[in-house]
Design a protein around this ligand. Structure first.
Ligand SMILES: Nc1ncnc2c1ncn2[C@@H]1O[C@H](COP(=O)(O)OP(=O)(O)O)[C@@H](O)[C@H]1O
Ligand SMILES: [Mg+2]
Length: 256
């Protein structure tokens, strides 16, 4: 476990937030959900975003992924500044460059597993790269479940479909918001293993919000948020190391 300052390193960023702020509401009800956050998500790296409830994890993910607008600062996906895009272009960028995995799976119930996996490409009118698609299907172990519908699959299998769907179009970056939040620990470990393999073996870039130190330990790097700011970063995290860090924040929160 190594803790380093938040220096920009000399590798390419798949996504970058610079002085990113997000304010909800006005006047007395105003909430600063993100307070000038600057962070790089480097290519072929698995980053976990951690922090207490309400610290801004989902807001950060949603702003960087183009799912939400921000109040100030800038966000780049690859070479594209999100702030310069019109709604339609933003939708297109999300579709073409970003994969999503949500806590609630978000599969279409009337479609088979295979149809769910290829849906984003079908909507975009793009042909799947068959060889890649087969690689992804085998990696998540869904070969014998492709014609099943979501209700015929366990939660873990459904999330594997969602992982395959995210990987299938080879997006620039995959975002997961608590992707193991609805899974038992064994299914969760499987999904985390697939995400880690997609980074190690396929060069995918993954950013995952989680509150689980064990989930975070699958990542190459953990960034810690508190009150809308990045307060620490940990490389090569272990579950115990992450847990200690969270306890330290809790203790500090109680005395300040
Ligand atoms: N739509 C919203 N309207 C007002 N406040 C919001 C909204 N979404 C989030 N917030 C507030 O922004 C802060 C950060 O929320 P969030 O990013 O969801 O935190 P986390 O994912 O870390 O639990 C919290 O104080 C939350 O109450
Ligand atoms: Mg959240």
């Amino acid at each position: 476990m190594t803790t380093t300052p938040l220096a920009h390193r000399a590798t390419t960023a798949a996504a970058r937030a610079t002085d990113l702020s997000k304010v909800y509401g006005q006047g007395e009800t105003q909430v600063v959900a993100l307070d000038r956050v600057s962070v790089d998500f480097r290519q072929s790296e698995f980053t976990a975003i951690m922090g207490p409830s309400g610290s801004g994890k989902s807001t950060l993910m949603h702003c960087v992924a183009g799912l939400d607008t921000f109040s100030s600062g800038s966000v780049r996906i690859g070479e594209t500044e999100l702030g310069t895009l019109k709604d339609k272009q933003l939708t297109q960028l999300r579709r073409d460059k970003i994969g999503f995995i949500f806590q609630a799976f978000n599969l279409l119930p009337t479609l088979t597993a295979l149809e769910n996996i290829t849906l984003p490409m079908d909507i975009a009118g793009r042909k799947a790269d068959q060889q890649w698609l087969q690689t992804v299907i085998d990696m998540v172990g869904l070969r014998d479940r492709l014609s099943h519908r979501p209700t015929q699959l366990s939660g873990g299998q459904q999330q594997r479909v969602a992982v395959a769907r995210a990987l299938a179009s080879r997006p620039e970056i995959i975002f997961g918001d608590e992707p193991t939040g609805n899974l038992d620990s064994r299914s969760g470990a499987e999904v985390l293993g697939f995400l880690r393999n997609s980074v190690r073996e396929l060069g995918q870039t993954v950013v995952m919000v989680t509150h689980d130190p064990v989930a975070a330990s699958y990542a190459d790097r953990v960034i810690f948020l508190a009150d809308g700011r990045i307060v620490n970063e940990m490389l090569h995290p272990t579950a115990d190391g992450v847990l200690d860090q969270m306890k330290a924040f809790d203790a500090k929160g109680r005395t300040s």
